[in-house]
Design a protein around this ligand. Structure first.
Ligand code: S3P
Length: 167
């Protein structure tokens, strides 16, 4: 069985866009965790947060990783908080490799500023708000990953090629 490629990283680091490029390069299946969760709950990510709260969303995230980890190789575009639970990281490590995408706070801000689909950025939509949350999470991201790729100033194709070379 080939292993999964889990793309992790802060919101706006390009996980979804890059995973589509990687899919073209490698010809593997691609799974978008947030899309899977929204489909299985029958509502959007902001609606899940609003209706059931973040803890419920994290449960759905773990359930999604459990089921992905049992399937054959795929490129998995993870939600930005997927590695916040150790049990998730353990499952991911057992079933694949974890690639961290990074970006500077100002890069993230410019990528996400017009989006309305990220509940955790609703009250943090500024470079300093993003920087603060990124700072809180950077240790977990770095500890969880096998390899790291910076995305600042690069095209999705360039990032995907860099990842493919590191596999
Ligand atoms: C989250 C990131 C989002 C989504 C949810 C929570 C996070 O995914 O899963 O809003 O905790 O960082 P993206 O990283 O794809 O935006």
């Amino acid at each position: 069985m080939k292993k999964h490629i889990y793309l992790i990283g802060f919101m706006g680091t390009g996980k979804s866009t890059v995973s589509k490029e990687l899919k073209k390069l490698l010809g593997w299946e691609e799974v978008e965790m947030d899309e899977e969760i929204a489909r299985s709950c029958g509502m959007s990510i902001p609606e899940i947060f609003e209706t059931y709260g973040e803890a419920y969303f994290r449960e759905q995230e773990t359930a999604c990783i459990v089921s992905i980890s049992k399937t054959d190789s795929s490129i998995v575009s993870c939600g930005g908080g997927a590695v916040l639970r150790e049990e998730n990281v353990k499952l991911m490590k057992e079933s694949g490799q974890i690639i961290l995408l990074t970006a500077r706070p100002d890069t993230v801000y410019h990528r996400v500023k017009h989006g309305k689909d990220r509940p955790l950025l609703k009250d943090r939509m500024s470079i300093s708000g993003i920087s603060q949350l990124m700072e809180q999470r950077s240790g977990v991201y770095e500890k969880s990953c096998d390899k790291m790729v910076s995305t600042d100033g690069k095209t999705p194709l360039e990032i995907a090629q860099e990842i493919a070379e590191k596999l």
